[in-house]
Design a protein around this ligand. Structure first.
Ligand code: 4NP
Length: 162
């Protein structure tokens, strides 16, 4: 099974949304047996927490009900070995994950680190943090993540012959 980890700062807005959308779309494509999806935060403030109410609301309004079940966790160095792909939401997440890997050079791993929008045709690869924003920011986040999820799945299908 291909292992995919979505990463943001808090693991309560963007990365759980990405996890729920990816899992939903993989199910629709009949690929849920081929790809395992998880999410984590670079920060540890929201370990064990449900996703942000606003993220839950916009996701469930669009039919991604699974988001309610997710709980926050923090990325660890073991994730580098346990996952094949680690997709970050913005350049701060990228810097923090690269720093985590650099601090533990003995813990090598196969994970390919990329932006969640890295397979998408956007010049700006960041999914902006909506935490201090309005509902519209959460809706914009979901739209970007839906596009990114389609492009991640297309990449995985092509890369792994699914
Ligand atoms: P996320 O958003 O990284 O998309 O989950 C945030 C959630 C919480 C915080 C920051 C960003 N926080 O500082 O608590």
């Amino acid at each position: 099974m291909i292992q995919v980890l979505c990463v943001c700062l808090g693991n309560i807005c963007r990365s759980p949304t990405a996890e729920a959308v990816l899992r939903h779309k993989l199910m629709e494509a009949g690929l849920e047996q081929h790809v395992f999806v998880d999410s984590a935060g670079t920060g540890g403030w929201h370990i064990g927490d449900s996703p942000d109410q606003r993220a839950q609301q916009v996701a469930s309004d669009e039919g991604y009900a699974l988001i309610h079940e997710l709980r926050g966790r923090q990325i660890s160095i073991e994730d580098r070995q346990n996952f094949d792909y680690i997709y970050v939401m913005d350049s701060n997440n990228m810097r923090d994950v690269q720093a985590l890997f650099a601090q533990n050079p003995e813990k090598e791993g196969q994970a390919q680190l990329n932006y969640f929008l890295g397979h998408s045709d956007y010049s700006d690869k960041n999914v902006p943090d909506p935490y201090y924003g309005e509902r519209q920011d959460f809706e914009d986040m979901l739209t970007l993540i839906e596009q990114g999820a389609d492009d991640v799945i297309a990449f995985l299908k092509q890369q792994h012959g699914l």
